[in-house]
Write a protein of this length. Structure first.
Ligand code: ADP
Ligand code: MG
Length: 408
């Protein structure tokens, strides 16, 4: 699939999408009835793409279409359409490797950079549930297993050399999205980039301090190097709490358009970072009805659970599916230690950029009083710094949650 819009590319609208979908038998059969009775809305709350919800009287689907630019920034910020292809290919691999953990796909149209997929309902975006204080009893187990299954089965321990090399080469085509991550996560927060913003003036001094904190910046530079140079497994690439949709008894991972071969800790760390932010802000969301104390404890238990289930499931796959039979127990424990260390470093980068970089998060933005918000943002930055600088010493997940619990 080429990066430039071809002659056949056109962005769909709520007016044109019904005709388009009605011409595809598989979609028409799922929705059923007369296409004239389908109702359409555009629900994209993300930064990048068009997301249409199309509903008949009996069923509903999602149609996600890439634009040749970054939706939230406009046509002056081009981004290749091929990201839709990589997202679709990643969804296929994830659904094979972690059955039931993604929306199922119905159709991919490369010319339109469009994927039609299952509409998840009554799921909501995990981040919104975390802000509202909703419990998800399955979250730790489902995400721990998702991470272990996709990261193990997308690695050299599961794929043949030939298959893996071909796939690395294929996903190397998604470089424009890796460039976005490089810029937004590892580079821009530490220099004068136009898209940066922070709670000002409350955080002005803090930002100046970070910019002159060589120890911290060297740590971030090392994480950037690891991000670019360790094709350990096929990653989701953007596994924050806005890429997970949940109900009390179901967990699905969406939106893998940043997929590429990189360090396993990048996915684990993205999720941990967002759960840590969710934990840190809980007191700000307290009300008379709920002081959020027990909810905050649940978030920390979930962090510990994600990691311990990840280790358990990864270990199980190591013993039951591994193709590199010479690898032993010691190799496994070294690898898991490396994944945790990387995860903490990437968590730190991800937490920091949500406070001082371009893309912020509802967990913090929803704190209307900026003086109060700044207190929590500083806490996020403090925890991030500790995780980054002490990532070699924090060898147990309970030591990691203790850092968050003890942060002042
Ligand atoms: P972007 O890549 O632009 O960030 P997302 O894939 O994150 O787009 O989708 C944007 C929003 O659309 C999500 O936050 C979610 O609310 C909704 N959405 C996306 N896919 C689905 C789906 N399969 N089922 C239900 N809602 C979805
Ligand atoms: Mg998204």
């Amino acid at each position: 699939m080429s990066d430039q819009p071809g002659e056949d590319y056109f962005p769909l609208t709520v007016e044109t999408i019904v005709d388009y979908l009605a011409r595809h038998e598989t979609v028409a059969a799922i929705l059923g009835g007369d296409p004239e009775d389908w109702s359409v809305s555009e629900i994209g709350d993300g930064n990048l793409n068009l997301v249409f919800h199309v509903e008949s009287t009996t069923a509903a689907i999602i149609a996600k279409q890439a634009l040749p630019y970054i939706r939230a920034r406009g046509e002056d910020f081009p981004l290749p359409l091929s990201r839709a292809y990589f997202e679709y290919e990643a969804l296929l691999r994830q659904s094979n490797r972690a059955p039931g953990a993604t929306p199922s796909t119905i159709l991919f149209d490369g010319k339109l950079a469009l994927t039609v997929m299952e509409f998840l309902a009554p799921h909501i975006i995990l981040r919104k549930g975390l802000v509202r204080g909703l419990l998800y009893p399955r979250l730790a187990e489902d995400m721990g297993k998702f991470l272990a299954r996709t990261l193990f089965r997308g690695s050299q321990f599961s794929m043949s050399e030939a298959e893996r090399n071909a796939d690395i080469e294929m996903f190397a085509g998604n470089s424009a999205l890796c460039d976005v991550t490089n810029a937004r996560v590892f580079t821009e927060p530490y220099c004068d980039a136009v898209l940066n913003r922070w709670t000002s003036p409350q955080l002005d001094e803090t930002v100046a301090k970070i910019r002159s904190d060589d120890e911290f910046k060297h740590g971030i530079a090392e994480m950037k190097r690891i991000y670019k140079s360790k094709p350990q497994s096929l990653l989701h690439g953007d596994l924050h709490s806005g890429s997970v949709m949940v109900t009390e008894d179901d967990t699905r991972v969406i939106d893998p358009e940043f997929a590429f071969y990189g360090p396993m800790g990048f996915d684990v760390g993205a999720l941990l970072a967002n759960l840590l932010i969710a934990y840190i802000v809980q007191p700000a969301h307290a009300s008379d009805a709920d002081d959020r104390k027990s909810y905050a404890s649940w978030v920390l238990e979930t962090i510990e659970g994600v990691w311990s289930i990840f280790v358990e499931e990864f270990t199980h796959l190591w013993h039951s599916e591994q193709i590199m039979t010479a690898e032993n127990e010691r190799a496994l424990s070294l690898l898991l230690a490396e994944v945790l260390e990387d995860s903490l470093g990437f968590s730190a980068a991800k937490m920091t950029r949500r406070v001082i970089g371009a893309a912020h998060v509802e967990d913090l933005e929803s704190i209307a009083n900026t003086d109060e918000r700044a207190i929590y943002e500083k806490k996020v930055l403090t925890v991030a710094r500790t995780l980054l600088l002490e990532r070699k010493e924090l060898t147990r997940i309970d030591a990691v949650t203790a850092v968050a619990r003890n942060a002042r």
